[in-house]
Design a protein around this ligand. Structure first.
Ligand SMILES: Cc1cc2nc3c(=O)[nH]c(=O)nc-3n(C[C@H](O)[C@H](O)[C@H](O)COP(=O)(O)OP(=O)(O)OC[C@H]3O[C@@H](n4cnc5c(N)ncnc54)[C@H](O)[C@@H]3O)c2cc1C
Length: 441
């Protein structure tokens, strides 16, 4: 870095969602003299975990949205514009409003983009009427209206392919749909089918076993190895690549995800899906040393989840400080993720894992904490409490007491793993960067 940038580094953060906001706020406290600019296309910050509850009338849509600029500390500039492209050589971001933003440090925090048009037929006949999703506000509201009138037939719930944000959210939807239909007294008239391209309800065996049992208890049919290649909206069928057909009356299909479109227009920045490859432990991009990545935008073997984004933020803030001071980066991020899985009737499960350790039973964050991989009321309260924690601790960049970026090992029942899985975990610990579609989600 030049002498000038050492005194006043220009930090440009693309995306003012979960990751961009919490990182900017952390850096504002620690990098006194930096000029910090956040770029986002709009001024509406959506609390995305709340979208799950909208279709069941359990969350008021307007309460999930707050002004983006109000979440950023004083001394951080918010530029409202679409990002057009990044010029890695010139170290400059071109905005759709025609201006250029030169940077000394660039952070990619533009999340993941839904790509429903990538699946033939998904946005054709029935889209928004009999075919829905809940990953954005307006579609979640439309699904709420459709579900309110739905009292018989087959409800099919699934995702086209990974990676998706919060990969347990479709499962949570299935559990909540079961509870919702029971409460309305029409559960016997509705067949619920959970469809997945995986060979089990979850990517990792111990959690898949627990979740599979819970789906069976509720009478939710599971169709595995079903890679949806097409939707036939007229016939109301999901069609797999191997030409199996699944009838539905109401379908909830989470579309494919990709990175932001400008990543594709920025040579050298992203992979074929528009996500940005990075060192899995330092979060420095592979594209250039002064470019870092946080959250869903990253091509990493970690979940696309707010908890991941939050834990990454702690490490990344320190690494940007190190970078500006010309110091070595900390390989500190271990892939830590945790997530409450809402299971209906006021209960939820909690999972906690990292690059090398799959979700296991036990307690979090230690032997006397909340139950892991078991339904409980306390976990449901934790899920509800997460919303104020998000606005008042996570986004302002405050550390959470007892919950740090390192996955706690104490309290976890490692004896549930057989030796073969432990060997696989050791291999992952040694080379965690391979293929972000394969592990940890
Ligand atoms: C239904 C649902 C339920 C979820 N539940 C949970 C949960 O229970 N627990 C959990 O941990 N996580 C959950 N998540 C995931 C969590 O919300 C995301 O992982 C998290 O918000 C990622 O943060 P991010 O900063 O990477 O992306 P985002 O918060 O999505 O922010 C990206 C920002 O970039 C902006 N942007 C994108 N492209 C451009 C462009 N070209 N120009 C300008 N601006 C741009 C967007 O406007 C947006 O503000 C859920 C997500 C969904 C959809």
């Amino acid at each position: 870095m030049t002498e000038q940038t050492q005194t006043a580094p220009r930090v440009v953060i693309l995306g003012g969602g979960t990751g961009g906001t919490l990182l900017a706020n952390r850096l504002r406290r620690t990098l006194d003299d930096a000029v910090i600019t956040v770029v986002d296309r709009d001024d509406s910050h959506v609390y995305q975990p709340g979208l799950l509850f909208v279709p069941f009338g359990l969350a008021e849509p307007e309460r999930l949205v707050r002004p983006r600029h109000r979440q950023l500390h004083r001394g951080i500039e918010l530029r409202r514009s679409e990002v057009d492209r990044v010029d890695l050589e010139a170290r400059s971001v071109e905005l759709a409003d025609g201006t250029a933003l030169p940077y000394d440090v660039l952070v990619i925090a533009t999340g993941a983009r839904l790509l429903p048009e990538e699946t033939p037929g998904l946005t054709g006949p029935g889209w928004g009427e009999t075919i829905h999703h809940f990953y954005e506000l307006d579609p979640a509201i439309r699904l709420r209206d459709a579900l309110a009138d739905f009292d018989h037939g087959r409800l099919v719930i699934g995702f086209v392919d990974l990676p998706i944000k919060c990969p347990v959210a479709p499962l949570e939807f299935a559990f909540l749909a079961d509870a919702h239909l029971r409460e309305r007294g029409v559960r016997d008239e509705v067949e619920i089918t959970y469809v997945t391209p995986l060979d089990a309800p979850f990517t990792k065996p111990v959690a898949a076993h627990h979740l599979g049992g819970m789906l069976a208890e509720r009478g939710i049919e599971v169709v595995t190895d079903f890679a949806t290649g097409e939707i036939d909206g007229e016939a109301r069928q999901l069609v797999s690549y191997d030409d199996r057909r699944l009838d539905f009356d109401l379908a909830v299909v989470i579309p494919l995800h990709g990175g932001a479109a400008y990543v594709e227009r920025s040579p050298g920045l992203g992979d074929e899906l528009g996500f940005v490859p990075a060192d899995p432990h330092t979060l420095q991009s592979k594209a250039a040393p002064e470019v870092f990545v946080i959250g869903d935008a990253a091509a990493l073997p970690a979940s696309k989840a707010g908890s991941v984004t939050h834990f990454e933020g702690e490490i990344l803030a320190r690494n940007i400080e190190h970078f500006c001071a010309g110091e070595p980066l900390e390989p500190g991020y271990d892939g830590h993720a945790n997530c409450f899985i809402e299971t209906g009737f006021g209960k939820a499960m909690l999972i906690d894992f990292n690059y090398g350790t799959e979700p296991l039973p036990g307690r979090f964050p230690g032997p006397v904490g909340a139950p892991l991989l078991a339904e409980s009321r306390i976990n449901h309260l934790g899920k509800l409490l997460f919303e104020p924690v998000y606005w008042h601790w996570l986004l302002p960049g405050r550390p959470l007491p007892l919950i740090g970026p390192d996955m706690p090992r104490r309290g976890k029942a490692f004896e549930e793993l057989d030796q073969e899985e432990l060997d696989q975990d050791d291999e992952l610990d040694e080379k965690p960067a391979s293929g972000h579609k394969e592990v940890g989600r």
